[in-house]
Design a protein around this ligand. Structure first.
Ligand SMILES: Nc1ncnc2c1ncn2[C@@H]1O[C@H](COP(=O)(O)OP(=O)(O)OP(=O)(O)O)[C@@H](O)[C@H]1O
Length: 436
């Protein structure tokens, strides 16, 4: 990981208790994004921070926030918004671990968990609230002053994975959340992401409001030619559509990767479920993560994968951003994402913090233009993988993989898997049409 040699967390201005906490975690030398952002945030500036996946952006914002909080530890000091529940939980864990010696109170406010328990936590005036926009907006709209009134005195707002939060799908909830906070000149606003988009940049040039200058006084964006970590190897395998599962099984059990911890990304929850069941029948230690799963199962799955009880995680893009699981050595794009930035986030689940890692993409005839767009975005050509090529071996695997898949599909049909979500989706679409 690129670090700044001469600086320390002490010289950047973090509090003693905090750099000692970091040191106990073996984090002693700031990364480039940390060196760039920490002093500026401590000066009271707003900040847009763009740096590659796994480069330490979380401490770049958490460090100065925690320092300022410890100087004046009042309630509801900071709000961190993030697009997924699992990422919110991970960030909350980091705040809790770093602030444990200071009796920090951190609340996680995400969907899929008890609204009542979260309201009680909010009434206890946590110092930091780590939330997904939808659930925080729900509390703001449905709770009283005693629960969300403290938000009016918040000193910091962080949009982690800012480019994702600034897309249309979050617009309404984000506006509700921001509306409950102090006006922008009375709080600091910090935006972080590995993929700065024009939507994020536009905020920097936002026109003055209430006679105050534009809020974004500081912006740092990695200027490297390649948008992915230098320790990440990117490869592809040309795969005929109808034998993708057999290639996957072959890759996961080949000499190089038979013991590797791997995340397999797919584009749809249904595909994730079919693959999870198929791999399970083939004796792969597998877990999954997608939106069709109840939250408790999502949490358990991720926990099993982090603890290496499952070697393989089959996931949709709910796992694409931010998740920091150091043991991951291999990312497989079983389906190619339509947005090249999604590729950057998915692949960035490996090769973090200076470690090496491989990202292998399955390319069918239909994906060629997507791969070209990704190569242009990352400014790098992918190499063809030599891991799966023996067609006789594939043919042999095909028989047992096909049987495993058939059994999986039959079981899913019997359980009516996905029916509830399909009906819900239709209802949502109908009510959207009704509103338009
Ligand atoms: N200065 C440092 N020295 C060593 N390790 C660090 C340092 N800062 C952070 N790390 C570790 O690096 C890993 C990646 O950090 P983090 O999750 O903040 O990355 P990120 O830039 O937010 O990535 P992403 O874009 O994927 O969200 C974490 O395990 C973190 O503890």
């Amino acid at each position: 990981m690129s670090t700044s040699k001469q600086e320390t967390f002490k010289s950047l201005g973090l509090s003693k208790w905090l750099y000692e906490s970091l040191s106990a975690m073996k984090i002693t030398q700031p990364t480039a994004i940390q060196s760039a952002c920490i002093p500026e945030i401590l000066k009271g500036r707003d900040c847009i921070g763009g740096a590659k996946t796994g480069s330490g952006k979380t401490i770049a914002f958490a460090g100065p926030m925690l320092t300022k909080w410890s100087e004046d530890p009042c309630g509801m000091f900071g709000v961190v918004l993030t697009p997924t529940r699992e990422l919110a939980m991970q960030i909350a864990e980091q705040f809790t671990a770093l602030g444990s010696s200071m009796n920090i109170r951190v609340a996680i406010v995400v969907g899929g968990q008890s609204i009542v328990e979260q309201a009680i936590q909010l009434q206890n005036k946590p110092h930091f609230i780590i939330a997904t926009p939808g659930r925080l907006a729900h509390h703001i709209m449905n709770s009283g002053e005693d629960t969300v009134g403290g938000l009016k005195r918040t000193k910091f707002l962080v949009l982690d994975e800012a480019d994702s939060l600034l897309t249309d799908s979050f617009a309404g909830d984000l506006a509700t959340c921001i509306g409950a906070l102090p006006p922008k000149h009375k709080r600091q606003t910090l935006l972080f992401t590995a993929t700065i988009t024009d939507q994020v940049r536009t905020l920097e040039n936002a026109p003055a409001q209430d006679g105050k200058p534009s809020v974004f006084t500081y912006q740092v964006e990695s200027v490297d030619k390649v948008a992915i970590p230098s320790t990440l190897k990117t490869e592809y395998i040309l795969v005929p559509e109808h034998v993708k599962e057999a290639y996957l099984y072959q890759l996961l059990t080949c000499e190089t990767y038979k013991d590797s911890s791997a995340i397999i990304f797919v584009n749809r929850a249904m595909t994730a479920e079919v693959l999870r069941r198929t791999l399970y029948h083939l004796d792969v230690r597998v877990a999954s993560l997608h939106s069709y799963m109840p939250q408790q199962e999502r949490t358990n799955s991720l926990h099993r994968f982090r603890a290496n009880a499952a070697r393989v995680l089959v996931a949709t893009d709910v796992a694409a951003r931010g998740l920091d699981i150091p043991i991951v050595e291999l990312v497989i794009n079983y389906d190619i994402p339509s947005d090249p930035d999604t590729f950057i986030h998915r692949a960035g689940r490996t090769a973090r913090a200076g470690r090496s890692g491989d990202a292998i993409s399955f390319v069918t005839q239909r994906d060629v233009s997507r791969i070209e767009a990704i190569e242009e975005r990352i400014n790098k050509k992918m190499d063809e993988s030599d891991k799966v090529h023996d067609t006789a071996v594939i043919r042999k695997a095909l028989t047992k993989v096909t049987k495993a898949k058939r059994e999986s599909l039959m079981a899913m049909e019997k359980e009516n898997f996905g029916e509830r979500q399909r009906i819900q989706r239709q209802k949502n679409m109908a009510s959207k049409r009704h509103r338009e």
